[in-house]
Design a protein around this ligand. Structure first.
Ligand SMILES: [Zn+2]
Length: 341
């Protein structure tokens, strides 16, 4: 993923300049569609959520899973490490009593084989809340610039969220909820180019997932229940955890995340800074599906460097993220599933 706030600011600045040049009177809508400038939420406005704590030891178990995952080696699409990790995810989901769907395809342009995995936890209603992450790691070999080739664990960027979702799976599967939950593990989030390049060669798994969902809904909406919301996890295990306010994310979901942080006493780890990031939630947002990205990108010194290692993660950060997700879920269901009735 990549930060996009600067681009947004430039775009907003440009729009302002054009507006001024045309002598647009204040208060009048411009003749072109308005680019919505991402804005931070009002942190004073929060919802009174009841904290839901993850059981003791969940963070430690998730960290042990990151250790397993890192041992597979690099996990970029099509790599041997990626294949080992896919088998590992499937096995863990099955152990939680869940059936796993494997969607494998070859991208015609890139000639790369990608695989998304997902598992459904049926709830009282068919509307789905997705909990997602990417399972691929940034490829750090074969780039023309030698500075982009180095040993890379991807313990946080890739490993942490996969591990945490696998530990949340049995917890969530134990008690059926209002909404049907779906755990989704996207492939090909990372840009094949070293630079993000407007995501032209990134977000393969999430773009495919959204396209298939849209096509299935067009064909038979009864068979393909709507996606009520997506909670995306990306880099959630760093010792000095800081989940930024990701500005593309749906404002109400950001308010729910912030409210969950306050309810759990975790606000020191959440929304110290606000910045937009392009990630697997974007294709969902573009399709009109509410989504929020729990991401530790802004100010993360280990991102896409050899320092993204197991040694720079902590079980407490994983435990904190688990608390946030579990505290958010009932309110997400209330706001996006029950309120529809
Ligand atoms: Zn990354």
């Amino acid at each position: 993923m990549r930060t996009a706030a600067v681009v947004a600011l430039i775009a907003a600045g440009l729009a302002a300049c054009i507006g001024a040049a045309l002598g647009r009177a204040p208060g009048h809508a411009p003749p072109w569609p308005q680019q919505q400038e991402p804005r931070a939420i009002d942190k004073q406005h929060r919802l009174p959520l009841a904290p839901v704590r993850a059981e003791k030891g969940l963070g430690e178990r998730a960290l042990a899973r990151v250790r397993d995952i890192v041992a597979f080696g690099p996990r970029h699409p099509g790599s041997p490490g990626a294949a080992r990790q896919l088998a590992y995810i499937e096995q863990a989901l099955r152990a939680a009593g869940l059936a796993v769907q494997r969607d494998t395809w070859t991208d015609p342009k890139e000639q790369i084989v990608f695989t998304n995995l997902s598992a459904t936890i049926p709830g009282k209603r068919k509307d789905r809340v997705l909990l997602g992450c990417h399972h691929d790691t940034k490829r750090t070999e074969g780039h023309p610039d030698p500075a982009h080739n180095f040993p890379f664990e991807g313990a946080n960027d890739g490993g942490s969220a996969v591990a945490l979702l696998l530990e949340l799976a049995p917890v969530l599967a134990k008690t059926p909820r209002e909404a049907t939950l779906e755990l989704v593990f996207f492939d090909g989030e990372e840009s094949l180019d070293w630079l993000w390049n407007e995501a032209a060669r990134a977000l393969f798994g999430s773009r495919r997932y959204v396209r298939r969902h849209r096509d299935a809904r067009l064909l038979d909406p009864g068979k393909e229940p709507p996606i009520a919301a997506l909670l995306l996890l990306d880099m959630v295990g760093r010792t000095d955890l800081h989940l930024q306010e990701e500005l593309h994310s749906t404002p109400l979901l950001r308010t729910i995340l912030w409210s969950a942080a306050v309810a759990c006493g975790h606000e020191a780890h959440v929304f110290r800074r606000a910045e937009a990031a392009s990630d697997d939630h974007k294709p969902f947002l573009d399709a009109g599906i509410p989504a929020v990205d729990l991401i530790d990108l802004n100010g993360n010194p280990h991102w896409h460097t050899p320092d993204d290692t197991l040694g720079n993660l902590s079980s407490r950060s994983l435990q904190i993220t688990a608390d946030l997700v579990l505290t958010m879920l009932p309110e997400v269901e209330r706001a996006y599933v029950l309120r529809k009735d």
